[in-house]
Write a protein that binds this ligand. Structure first.
Ligand SMILES: NC(=O)c1ccc[n+]([C@@H]2O[C@H](COP(=O)([O-])OP(=O)(O)OC[C@H]3O[C@@H](n4cnc5c(N)ncnc54)[C@H](OP(=O)(O)O)[C@@H]3O)[C@@H](O)[C@H]2O)c1
Length: 245
């Protein structure tokens, strides 16, 4: 819960203080709680662990708490977690499939898992003024990947929604940050890549990203009360992507 919104009248002791001077109001928000979806492993867990080091009370959800592909589960979760200061929209990624092998069931499942489930969370969970919403998307939103067509499609679609909503949330000083990870050292990467050691040699930093690097990035945004960075996509990929914009 936001503990306080403090207003400082900086004009009171000003040497030129007169009636014409307008008071300057600075709101200081205190972030005390967070909901991290997909918080039981990988990137989500690293974010949860990092936030706990600055005394944020984190609900780190696993699939047992919420399955974002099941809209009834999303509704139930939102009813029991109706508001928060910090919301991290994160979930599991689809298995790689060639276009011709994707079934109607796959499309429907991941449409819910990566798109409708997150929309529903934003419709049902109130983020307190001065809060933060982080989306964990993927580098494939900008550089679509043949093996990850489902992921590219629905994550790009939700990124559009998130961008549009960032303007509305800005009215309540809520920052929306879309983190697009490149290859990060989690279970997901071990599942997607056969020979990780060999793959690492092909990367600009010759290594995968550490989940804690994303966790500490999120923490530093909150710890330093950075609010003006909103409506952005952060390419968190160790210089692996090739685009500028
Ligand atoms: N790692 C990378 O290199 C990389 C790169 C780009 C994008 N991403 C994406 O970033 C997200 C997080 O990646 P990660 O590497 O941390 O994945 P991960 O290690 O596989 O962890 C996935 C997390 O999401 C939860 N989860 C799985 N299916 C879910 C569902 N249907 N509903 C709700 N929660 C679900 C898991 O909960 P349980 O523990 O209960 O299974 C777990 O906490 C994924 O969407 C992934 O595709 C990852």
């Amino acid at each position: 819960m936001v503990k306080h919104a403090m207003m400082l009248d900086l004009t009171a002791n000003h040497p030129n203080h007169n009636n014409k001077l307008k008071s300057v109001h600075t709101h200081i928000y205190c972030m005390t709680d967070a909901i991290v979806l997909g918080g039981s492993r990988g990137i989500g867990r690293a974010i949860a662990e990092s936030l706990r080091t600055i005394n944020v009370e984190v609900f780190a959800a696993s699939r047992k708490d919420i399955d974002t592909s099941d809209l009834k589960s999303v509704e139930k979760f939102a009813q029991s977690h109706p508001k928060t200061d910090i919301l991290v929209l994160n979930t599991g990624g689809p298995e790689p499939k060639k276009f011709q092998d994707i079934t109607e069931h796959d499309w429907n499942k991941y449409h819910n898992q990566l798109f409708v489930g997150f929309c529903s969370m934003l419709q049902k969970v109130k983020v307190n003024p001065g809060g933060y919403i982080f989306l964990i998307s993927s580098s494939v939103i900008k550089e679509p990947n043949e093996k990850l067509i489902i992921s590219s499609a629905y994550r790009a679609a939700f990124s559009e929604v998130f961008k549009v909503l960032s303007k509305t949330y800005a009215g309540s000083e809520i920052s929306c940050i879309n983190i697009a990870p490149g290859p990060i050292n989690t279970d997901r990467t071990q599942e997607l890549i056969k020979d990780v050691k060999e793959y690492e040699k092909s990367l600009p930093m010759k290594r995968l990203g550490k989940p804690s690097e994303i966790g500490d990035f999120v923490k530093s945004i909150i710890q330093n009360d950075i609010k003006y960075l909103s409506g952005v996509v952060i390419d968190f990929d160790g210089a692996n992507s090739s685009h500028v914009f």
